[in-house]
Design a protein around this ligand. Sequence first.
Ligand code: UDX
Length: 447
Amino acid sequence: MKVSVVGTGYVGLVTGACLAEAGNDVVCMDVDADKIAALERGEVPIYEPGLEPLVAENVAAGRLRFTTDMDTCVDHGLFQFIAVGTPPDEDGSADLRYVLDVARGIGARMDDYRVIIDKSTVPVGTADKVRSAVGEELAARGQDLEYDVVSNPEFLKEGAAVEDFMKPDRVILGCDNVRTGALLRELYAPFNRNHERVITMDVRSAEMTKYAANAMLATKISFMNEVANLCERVGADVEMVRQGIGSDPRIGFSFIYPGAGFGGSCFPKDVAALERTARDHGYTARMLQAVEAVNAEQKTVLERKIVARYGEDLTGKTFALWGLAFKPNTDDMREAPARRLMEGLWARGATVRAHDPEAMDECRRIYGERADLTLVDDRYTALEGADALVLVTEWKPFRSPDFDHIAATLRDPVIFDGRNIYDPAVLAPHGLAHVAIGRPQTTAGEG
Ligand code: UDX
């Protein structure tokens, strides 16, 4: 089947590469000529496990092509995926400018039936706006062509996006007619495994499903962060509580890990956008407001713990930071807890020595050269001259480091563990104190 994808960010590129892998003939379009040139050379601009070989193989097989030309794109695919960004406006609502530009671009060029698919995360009601935008362009050309608009939200996790696309839990299709539903079920058939994964529903329910899923997951995290904060105050250990409640299958173990707040391109943006949608419809989404408020507060938790140990003024102090990306297996630092932490430490006069396996270029891009930030290629080099170590992102190489070396290098042998990955009983004999989230603090030597 012929597929066009507009937008070669995480979602668009993964969608295009995976649909090509399933045997379709795919054209990916982007207005960014440098990006397209790099992709044509086989260079994938983002770090996403498995994506680069997938792109290379499908380009070599002739199933995946890249273009900056919208005519080529619209001409090619029966399916036109819209996978461009929907950055948040200042008021938290999703900015639909790019999505609607693409819709108009399709309407201005199509000369046959097209299925236009919203892949970008867009507020409820956007498919109707896309439909109108396409229709207006067609009318302006005096054309009366048939087209359908479908909502097909993505549920890809960064770092596991290819895997998630290839083996989806579910594929949500919001479409208002049977013919389009059948066409899309055929497109997604290779990803079904064992049983049908496609859930077909009306367009608005599909749009809402995406927001409800992300808001639910964000709620679980903020809830657990609140429990962690309570644990600290009542002398309980959130790690025990987590295991205790997670074993109830109605609650489950996933997404109940406390930490330094959730980040990334989806949760913060989607919770804000859903809250805004609620307001637009005259409803106050109190739960969502609380999820946001708890998360904003949680992003300061590591700084507060550092201040509790060293005082408000951190002039002359140096902190080793392990992890900059908002989570492991990505170079993405959007809304990353490490950013809030570094900015807080700098404002108090401290210096940061940071290491991340993938996100250091991104960090350089965001903060540039500054005297109070040193980025180092090795996790142990970050410790040199540092007072304490702060673990912000739970990358695998950080999980079982040489604790003796850490204890011997730090001025004050303590680890601020922002993801609760270390066992205080293991650290103590190495002479390392442990300050975690929602857990009793231990000093070196305890066990
Ligand atoms: C998320 C959704 O999982 C995905 O389905 C959707 O399509 C896009 O948004 P992503 O942003 O890539 O994916 O990351 P995810 O793995 O969900 O983590 C989001 C944030 O929550 C991270 O900052 C992570 O550290 C945090 N988190 C996650 C917790 O703090 N605790 C948890 O238990 C789980």
